[in-house]
Design a protein around this ligand. Structure first.
Ligand SMILES: *Cc1c(COP(=O)(O)O)cnc(C)c1O
Length: 356
């Protein structure tokens, strides 16, 4: 068939997700704890009361107000999107001209380069050091080398779990004259947020999502948090009805009270601590496992036996995220699921049945 797609789109590799066929899903950093039946029933009532014939509120004002209250900013600091992924796409349209450079540091979230590449921007990736950590020095050095229009990084980082201390983020913001996108998708799991600084910088955009600690990946709701000028630009460029009525109803009902989020974070942080210590002890015993500390709801590890670990997990109905280079990332499931994962990894690496 004749190829009508433009060359760079024809060549680009799309994002592929694992098929949803494994009962225990630890590959996409979703929340192991669903919202309560009580909240779901409230949502059902809200849907029943809505005619569904009318287009949604274009600016999702009520959802923005509810989320603004939860994170302690003003509603004028927020724009809502169909997941923070949509916001990444909108940001490219707002702040990048054809050929402008986008800079990020690998490994990080692969979508940072994707939308920019589709739009014909120049994507520059700079590898992180041996420990896979990011630093203000690394970012600023690359900034002065490449003169990008936009810098993006996740903090804590997906997939490494590493945290860039808030002071270093602020240093980057002070010493750069370009848009700096700080993706805080996992910041609910640690404490180095720069959300409170959005009105103090004209180049800061913080991304937030309801897909992780808020346990709502299914509804697709994310936010850009920035000073009102930047938010006005984003609201102007986005498609008019980008957040559906169903998502807005869910956001309004579920974000009314964020206490379930705190409980999720508490449980997941405790599981992460246990799993990290268990894996570090195993790494000490077997010498073929590296474990990266994490401030998020997942842990990155590395082993020459990653294929065997992945295969044994699948045999037990568990899907994890692999990268083809020895590294693999495991989202924190329930304690029971993580005990099973720990036993499987120990079995593969030492041949011993787990007893921990
Ligand atoms: C999961 C994740 C998101 C959230 O994406 P949504 O589109 O809001 O579900 C954003 N950034 C990073 C780094 C993530 O890992």
């Amino acid at each position: 068939m004749k190829q009508y797609a433009i060359q760079r789109v024809a060549c680009i590799e799309g994002y592929t997700a694992n098929p949803n066929i494994y009962p225990i899903k630890l590959d996409a950093n979703e929340c192991a704890y669903p919202v309560s039946d009580q909240l779901k029933r409230k949502l059902c009532d809200a849907i029943m009361a809505d005619p569904l014939t009318i287009y949604p509120d274009p600016m999702a004002e009520e959802v923005c107000a509810a989320y603004a209250r939860l994170i302690g900013v003003n509603p004028e600091n927020l724009a809502a999107g169909d997941g923070s992924d949509e916001i990444l796409n909108i940001l490219c349209s707002c702040f990048l001209d054809a050929g402008d450079k986008v800079l990020y540091f690998t490994p990080d979230f692969s979508m940072y380069g994707f939308y920019a590449e589709v739009k014909g921007n120049q994507v520059i990736t700079v590898p992180k050091g041996a420990d896979l950590a990011l630093s203000a020095d690394l970012i600023l050095e690359a900034y002065h080398t490449y003169h990008p229009k936009m810098i993006l990084f996740s903090n804590p980082c997906n997939p490494t779990g590493s945290i860039l201390p808030r002071e270093q983020v602020l240093q980057v913001l002070r010493e750069t004259d370009c848009i700096v996108v700080v993706d805080e998708a996992y910041m609910d799991f640690c404490d180095q947020s720069v959300l409170d600084e959005v009105d103090n910088f004209d180049n800061l955009i913080v991304l937030k999502t309801c897909s992780k600690a808020y346990a709502l990946a299914a509804i697709r709701l994310g936010f850009a948090v920035a000073n009102p000028e930047i938010i006005q630009v984003i609201r102007k460029v986005k498609s008019p009805y980008n957040v559906s009525v169903l998502t807005q109803l869910a956001g309004r009902v579920l974000l009314e009270d964020g206490s379930y989020v705190k409980e999720n974070v508490r449980k997941i942080a405790a599981t992460r601590q246990w799993f990290y210590e268990t894996m570090c002890a195993l790494a000490n015993d077997c010498n073929v496992l590296k474990v990266y500390p994490s401030g998020a709801n997942f842990i990155l590890m590395e082993s020459p036996k990653w294929k065997e670990i992945d295969g044994a997990c699948k045999q037990n109905g568990i899907i994890i995220r692999t990268y083809g280079n020895g590294q693999f990332r495991i989202s924190m499931g329930t304690d029971e699921q993580m005990q099973l994962v720990a036993d499987i990894i120990r079995q593969v690496l030492t041949g011993q049945e787990g007893d921990a």
